[in-house]
Design a protein around this ligand. Sequence first.
Ligand code: G6Q
Length: 546
Amino acid sequence: MSSRAELTSWKALSKSAEAVKSVHLKTLFEQDGTRFEKFSSQMPGVLFDYSKQLITSEVKSQLIQLAEESKIDAWRDRMFRGDKINFTEDRAVLHVALRNRKSSPILVDGVNVTEQVNQELSKLKQFSEQVRSGAWLGYTGKAVKDVVAIGVGGSNLGPQMITEALKSYADKTLNMHYVSNVDGVQLAHALEGLDPETTLFVISSKTFTTSETMTNARSSVEWFLASAKDRSAIAKHFVAVSTNLDKTRAFGIADENVFTMWDWVGGRFSLWSAIGLPIALYLGFDAFSEVLEGAFEVDEHFKNTEYENNIPLLMALLSVWNTSFLGHKAQAILPYDQALHMLPAYLQQGEMESNGKSVSFDGNTVPYTTVPLIWGMTGINGQHAFYQYLHQGNTIVPADFIASIEPQVKVGNHHDILMSNFFAQTEAMMAGVDAKAVTADLTAKGKSEKEIEALIAHKIHQGNRPTSSFILDKVDAKGVGRLVALYEHKIFCQGILLEICSFDQWGVELGKGLASNIEKELSDDHSVNSHDSSTSGLIAYYKSRR
Ligand code: G6Q
């Protein structure tokens, strides 16, 4: 039995969860006109409104008590000082060291990692400036025009999501292409029309063993050598981001062209490290530094703000409330900002790979649901696709709505229209539309009593769907850095509250090994009988028709 479920706060929250099941959010707003003031918090550049969550002041106090009983502050301090809190892999968890703008020393095994980080940042700055200024020359003496960033999972999602989020600010010095899938179509499309003489490849892989990335990297070398002919030209066109120098050397990448990271940076938390090189290349090192600044501001907020107003902690507590107590098994991420269109995919990995686990610190199966299924897409597109389910489906999906005050690009009154939708949707999800309102509407439209009777049940919206709203000043480099760091610390708190080891990923490791034996079996036309009848049957079907 997990100790969390034994806590006084946990037991109190279980009782409260039963009690609020008969409460409607609309009633809570009718009874208390100060919910917004009570249940919203701010930090520079961010407003977080959670008043449309199904909580009362009593529930909030119980959640804060859960944070206290779970010793969030002690765990937070341990993370920031470099203790090996990723105990299943015996590693520190120090993505915060990558954006430690104060440059205060942080020691891991007696080594000041802040110095290492600063050195690597200087190298990143120098290299990105060389490439962007045209000083870095390819094998025929031409400057780089296109960058192909190869990596998968944590070595792809962060840089690509940030690149997409900030592309309105790119000066178009370089074109950026991302390749993550081993499906050759992605690499083929990325390389279409590129000139090997002006193309730079960034191979990002912490381990430098990930099969998909290495396959894409090898095919890129082949494509490059078909023109360059001479292997010595690779040095000017291939750089790597990795911890594994033996492997990068074996691949043929010169040591000086390898940007390092460390085992205390988890893949899904690594965009702040040299894994962010594509961001610096595309947007310039200054923009990359701004992303780090934004995240650092959140680190400071997380460290120094009391629990009651600590935004990432509140985000985590609300997630635990919705999932483990109220039983909602999914959560939607709905950005009302086109720039954040990849955020749902990014957070899917962040939260589900970190806390999608079933045993507590001591290895016992936890008696509660840990994290929800994270999904979503830009709000407006979602409205015309799956919001029907959010409004009237018979499962409730709590959602995070994210918007910004200032649009990246001003076009007529588009932004006010976008924001009207943002405000209207959370209001409707909270209040719903009752029989009285439906009747009044249909009567006004001239419908008969009989027609109204036939329609009414279909048109009622129950409401009572919990949402949180984030309003950012703007999705710029600092703004996106802040947003990502808020979610990172939410994920950290969620792990502590649920007693989940957030920083390993044994499920991913399992996946990395699974396909390799079958890959060998596919290398000839012999029949394969080593699997269950389904798998062997599928392989046989594929081999006989390929
Ligand atoms: C992230 C995961 C995973 C990892 C990829 C790529 O936290 O561990 O998504 O980032 O599997 O791994 P490499 O960087 O080692 O290629």
